[in-house]
Design a protein around this ligand. Sequence first.
Ligand SMILES: Cc1cc2nc3c(=O)[nH]c(=O)nc-3n(C[C@H](O)[C@H](O)[C@H](O)COP(=O)(O)OP(=O)(O)OC[C@H]3O[C@@H](n4cnc5c(N)ncnc54)[C@H](O)[C@@H]3O)c2cc1C
Length: 324
Amino acid sequence: MGKTNSTSFKELTTLKVGGNIKYFREVSSKKEIVEVVNFAKKNNLSIFIIGGGSDIAVNDKNFDGLVIKYVGNKSQITNHKSHVLISVEAGIVWDDLVKLAVERNLQGIECLSGIPGSVGASPIQNIGAYGQELSETLDRLTAYDITNQKFIDFSNKDCKFGYRESIFKQKDYWQKFIIINITLKLKRYEDNDLSLQTIRDEILRVRGEKLVNPDDIPNAGSFFKNPIVYLSKKVELEEKYSDIKIYPFQGKYKVFAGFLIEKAGWKGKSLGPVKVSEKHALVLTNPGGKGTFSDIKNLADAIIKDVQDKFGIILEPEVQYINL
Ligand SMILES: Cc1cc2nc3c(=O)[nH]c(=O)nc-3n(C[C@H](O)[C@H](O)[C@H](O)COP(=O)(O)OP(=O)(O)OC[C@H]3O[C@@H](n4cnc5c(N)ncnc54)[C@H](O)[C@@H]3O)c2cc1C
């Protein structure tokens, strides 16, 4: 097998926590994937797949297995009468793909501008923002099935997308498929009043104001999912808090988790070396990368408990905890 490096999850993630990694390998072709998986199987190594490391909080233990990052970055655009198919390799930076689509006046992912990370990870949690989700445009993807050692295609339906969910997060599928390529079905944009570039620029501006850039202060974006509640809970919350932000979602109601965390008094609060952002209560930060996974977990647990005590709602992490 080609050269592997040792590194750490602290190095490879935007939250800057996590233990050392014994074997790290970047691959950019099907041949290299087969080779690297064979190496892991032969040496009985566990495999973890990583992209930009912007959605994971990895524990502090050292990992004696193999971390694989797919870095292939080719793309192909095919024109059809009613739509355009854009097929891209997993190693492309997600926002570069959005930029390309917007430049070509292709509609469907412009609201997902500025989301960090790789194309390969985008289906895992069905990335979404400003009313758009990847599941609305993903046509199919190709992945390497590590167990059966073959490349297979998943249709949109096969991916079982939900709110920040997909089949790849389910127990039997998690870390079993290396996504190498996705194909999106996009529409030619026809509105002459508001250009896709204007929408993209506005979203990038708002995100820049609201979110914390991990290059400035390490973080993994929104730490918790927005909880979904029934009508009775919505009414109860609205009676207590006239300024609460709740909106209809698939027959139920989505509550802004950031509002609950802020109302519970956590915005800007530190616990040891880690801190809830002063800018956005949903973002847990690791200033200077001084905190560990345990520090982040302690802060998240304290918030979950407090929000549950105060509002009767259990927050669920959106960031994936990785216990290797
Ligand atoms: C500042 C900030 C803002 C964010 N805003 C948003 C937002 O608005 N909306 C949103 O949905 N998310 C948001 N996120 C979360 C994150 O950007 C997305 O979840 C993104 O898709 C993660 O990509 P990644 O390459 O960094 O994945 P990683 O963190 O490296 O990995 C995430 C998961 O995907 C798996 N994975 C990675 N690559 C592959 C592959 N090729 N094949 C199979 N599995 C793979 C990993 O094993 C892991 O389980 C934000 C994060 C930050 C830091």
